[in-house]
Design a protein around this ligand. Structure first.
Ligand code: COA
Length: 194
């Protein structure tokens, strides 16, 4: 495969457009029960055809208000995950954020936090949104930590909102404002919620 297109380059990761060559990896990650559950969904086996059908409109750029990126580890540009901002075409000028580092062996190495930081900067500068938000499970401390390092802060919880793999969890709501992002440095600990 030819060298992937890179749109943004950080210290540990680079971001580029998604492409159909990633589908085998996407199918592998979609069939890892723990990864799916950490993402907040109940696991169901997903045939390659179902993965392709789900991704087809996104890879064709047919979902308005959705921008997805492949995450590549540097320096070799090995694909390690994907991230997106979505629902940014509403009059409210907000966006929701999502990210997956697919292989458990690639987690905890700073890839997620840096990619999140890069996409926050991109969303504020390029999309002109003023608030990017996300939700994640209270049982996913690595995600909460990565998001906080990137500039998100917790704003509240929907308690006992998910039951995944028999475990009841809160949904942790986090947000980052454009005005606050400008004043933070990567890796800052955010102020406490409230
Ligand atoms: C969430 C996710 C994107 C974060 O990416 P990542 O590359 O693993 O995150 P980073 O390495 O940048 O940061 C993780 C931080 O959490 C910490 N961490 C990891 N596991 C932890 C745990 N069990 N408890 C507390 N902190 C933990 C790490 O030490 C690191 O903090 P540090 O940089 O201060 O040392 C990634 O782990 C992932 O895709 N997980 C599976 C799917 C998922 O959870 N998706 C998100 C759904 S909202």
């Amino acid at each position: 495969m030819s060298e992937p297109i890179v749109l943004m380059r950080g210290e540990r990761v680079a971001l580029g457009p998604l492409h159909a060559g990633l589908l085998p990896l996407l199918a592998r990650w979609a069939n890892d029960p723990r990864t799916v559950e950490l993402g907040g969904d109940a696991f169901r086996p997903k045939p390659r055809e179902a993965v392709e059908a789900e991704w087809a409109p996104l890879l064709r750029g047919e979902r308005p208000g959705w921008a997805g990126f492949a995450i590549y580890a540097l320096p070799g540009l090995r694909p390690v995950g994907l991230a997106n901002v979505r629902d940014f075409l509403t009059p409210q000028r907000t966006a929701e954020f999502g990210i997956t580092i697919g292989d458990p062996a690639d987690r905890g190495r700073g890839y997620g936090a840096e990619a999140t930081r890069m996409l926050l900067g991109w969303a504020f500068a390029e999309l002109g949104v003023h608030n990017v938000w996300l939700d994640t499970l209270s049982t996913n401390p690595g995600a909460i930590r990565a998001y906080a390092r990137a500039g998100f802060r917790e704003i509240g919880r929907i308690r006992q909102a998910r039951r995944i793999g028999g475990v009841v969890a809160d949904l942790v709501l986090m947000e980052c404002l454009a005005t606050e992002f400008a004043g933070t440095a990567f890796g800052d600990d955010p102020p406490p919620a409230g």
